[in-house]
Write a protein that binds this ligand. Sequence first.
Ligand code: NAD
Ligand code: WQD
Length: 357
Amino acid sequence: MLLPHPTKNIYLYCTMQTIVVTGGAGYIGSHTIIELLTQTKLTVVSVDNYSNSNASAYERVKKITGKDFQKLEFDLCDKTALNQQLSAIKNIAGIIHFAAFKSVPDSVADPLKYYHNNIASLVNILDFAKNNHVTNFIFSSSCSVYGNANELPVTENTPLQKAESPYGHTKQIGEDLIEFFCKANPEFKAVVLRYFNPVGAHVTGLNGELPISRPNNLAPIITQTAVGKNSLTVFGNDFNTRDGYCVRDYIHVSDIADAHLKAFDLIEQNRNKQQLSLYNLGTGNGVSVLEVIHAFEKMSETKLNYKVGPRREGDVIAVYANNDKAKTELNWLPKYNLDDMMLSAWKWQLTLEKGDY
Ligand code: NAD
Ligand code: WQD
């Protein structure tokens, strides 16, 4: 049961409810735990096997929030471990399921690794939810489910095209799986959040993305390039866009995190219009690669050395969200602009350089 706070726009829960966050040591999971600990009274239990993260993320969360929480280490594909460890947790009010592999090129190179991890973990956590009467579920999906969308901006009703990668396909399968699961279990409520391009770091610069291997995404490549640890090649500048560069919808990771609290509130309070609700999470602004570079240079006061190379195979020319549905139904409004995204990403890179993380 949620009580409105008399003065602040924060959520309070009057019973000791627990929320399970899978993939809580990861980039988006750790930022979501920060918001859960600062904006709600929910008890947080994080699950991770550190396959693409490090337990140091939890120390950073603690440093930022001044709060601690329970951490469990196991592979969600291990059904026995999952049932043993989560069955011991009392009062689970909901599950936020972030855990998955997420690299597009890695998934092309090793599709089975992606189908196995991303689908088996989802099947196991849904099975646990069903057997333990946990009825509130939030799933991390991706704009990659739209493939080469046939309209812009993309709305939740834009038809999904064939996925461009095994990774994108695992998200399409995950969404379908949840839809069928909902039909079979009428008491179950799910929110599927389709993130566009999450970037940036906590506003303090004390938590951000910690690439375990060489990153493929633009923002960490930019910040690493600025400190001489990578070299940015822009994938083409001859597209039919306003400046010739690819266009994406970059969204601050803390805005993404905040949307999960709003999504949980929606289903926990039974305000959901459908059993399964889908939302695009983007700012709604299409931004070109060159505009990202310029914003980074301005906010970091650093000149970025980069070169323009050939197009990357499979790259969509332009994709950005219509976010009206999330704004209206979740009462969610992105707070951060592109400058904030770049400044926080830069602060985080400087934290990494100091080794102070
Ligand atoms: P991340 O890799 O930083 O975090 C995922 C976490 O899940 C990692 O800590 C990893 O160790 C853990 N994990 C993976 N498989 C596991 C398993 N079988 N058992 C236990 N833990 C496991 O990724 P992220 O950027 O935080 O992404 C979170 C979710 O959001 C993923 O589902 C991803 O597909 C989705 N998503 C991410 C982006 C993005 O650009 N970051 C965009 C759209 C959607
Ligand atoms: C952004 C832009 C590149 C690297 C992927 C997934 C998507 C979602 C987000 C998980 C593009 C350009 C990039 C570089 C560049 N993830 N770029 N040089 O491809 O939009 O989306 O991550 O769900 O599903 O597909 O993100 O960060 O790789 O690229 O010029 O070295 O930066 O061409 O225009 P993308 P990205």
